[in-house]
Design a protein around this ligand. Sequence first.
Ligand SMILES: *Cc1c(COP(=O)(O)O)cnc(C)c1O
Length: 407
Amino acid sequence: MKRRDVLRNLSLLPLAGVIPVESLHAAPPKTAATTSPYFDPKTDLFAELGVTPIINALVTMTFLSGSLMLPEVLEAINSTSHDFANMYDLQDKAGAKIAAMLKVEAAMVTSGAACALTLGTAACITGNDQQKIKALPNLPGPQKEVIMQKTHRYLFDQAVRTTGVKIVEVTGAAEMEKAINENTVMALFFNAADESSITHEEFVAVAKRRKVPTFIDAAADVPPVENLFKYQQIGFDLVTFSGGKMIRGPQSAGLLFGRKDLIEAAKLNHSPHESPIGRPMKVNKEEIFGMYAALKVYLQKDHKKEWQEWLDRTKFISDYLKSVPTLVAETVIPEGVANVFPGMLLSWDQTKIKISAAEAVKQLLDGRPSIFAGRKQDKLSIGVVLLRPDQVEIVARRIKEVLTKAM
Ligand SMILES: *Cc1c(COP(=O)(O)O)cnc(C)c1O
C-alpha cells in the first residue's frame, strides 16, 4: 500500500489505544526561581484576557499560533534567558552548528520562512555591498528580477517582492533560460506547488549555467525528515523551512541555509544590524536557542514510531465513533510535499444525521473546549498530529456528541 494511499483498511493496523506521544506533551516551563508580588504564576492568562484556548485538530496555521513548542524548546529558552549574549556571535555559532547538522555550508535562524524569503532575496541582490544594503528596497537603476514558474506564484512571493524586485513568470526550462538577463538576481522554486513545468534538477541546471542563485521554499515540507537534506543535495543555493511547523520550534523562527557567501550577505541584511531591510524581522536569542534545540530533537527522534502513534490516534478516534450509525472514517495522507502526515476524513449519511460538515466544524469550534477542525467537500477533516495526548479522546467525544445530537 502506498503511503499516500487512503488507508481504508484500518483493521490492518495493530490494535492499540492511543500511545501518548511523549514529546508532544506540552510541559509547562519551569518558572523562574524568583517570586513576584505583581504576578502569580498560577494566573490563567487566557482567562484574564478573555481569550479561549483552542484545540488544533487540523494542521499548523499561523493564525492559530503555529504549533506547540517542544518541551525541550521551552527548556532551551528558559535556561538561556537569564543571560545576555552577543547576537552576532550567537547567530554565527548556532548557524555553524545547524549547517553541520544539515550537511550544508552555512545556516542562520530567521524569524520564520517568510523572513528567510526576504533575507535570501536581499542577499542575492546586495551581496556584502553596504550601499545596496542601505538602499533596499529602492535600489537605483533598473528593477531587479526574480524568476518563478508561472504555476509557482503564491501568497508568500510578497515576502520576495518586499525587497523591490519584480517577479518574472516562466513556463518550461527553455523559457526560463531565455528570461535570464543582467537584472536577474535569483530564481525561486515553490516546493509545494501543485504543478511544475520545470523539475528541480532542470531548474538548478539552467540557473547554474547562467550563474543565477536558486532558492527553494520548503517551509511546510517535513515530514519526512529527509527533506531537510534533499534540496541542498539537488544543488539549490538557498533553502528555507519554517521552525514553527512540524519541527516545533518557536513560531517566530525559521531556517535559512545554503551557500556561505549568501548566508553571510543575508545576515548583513538582518537584525541586529540596525538599518537593513531585515531589521524589523528580529530574532532574539530565545528564538535562536529554541530553534537550535528543536532541530536537534527533530533530527534525532524516532520518526517511524511517531508516525505509528499518529496512525494509532486515527484508529482510536475511528473506534470511538464506530457506534455512530452510517459514519465512515477514513485515514488519509495528503498528496504532495506539504503537511504529509496522517489525518482523518469523516462522513455520514446526512439524511440520518442531519448536520453538514460545515455546521459540525462550527459546533466544534463554538463548543467547549473549542476545537478547530476542517472540512473537505462535505467531509469533516480532523488532524491528529497537533493534539496533546489528553486531547485525542476529547476530540473523539466532542465529534460524537455533535453528530449524535443531530440524529
Ligand atoms: C508557512 C509557509 C511560509 C511562511 O512560514 P513562516 O515560518 O510562518 O514565516 C512560507 N512558505 C510556505 C510554502 C509556507 O507553507
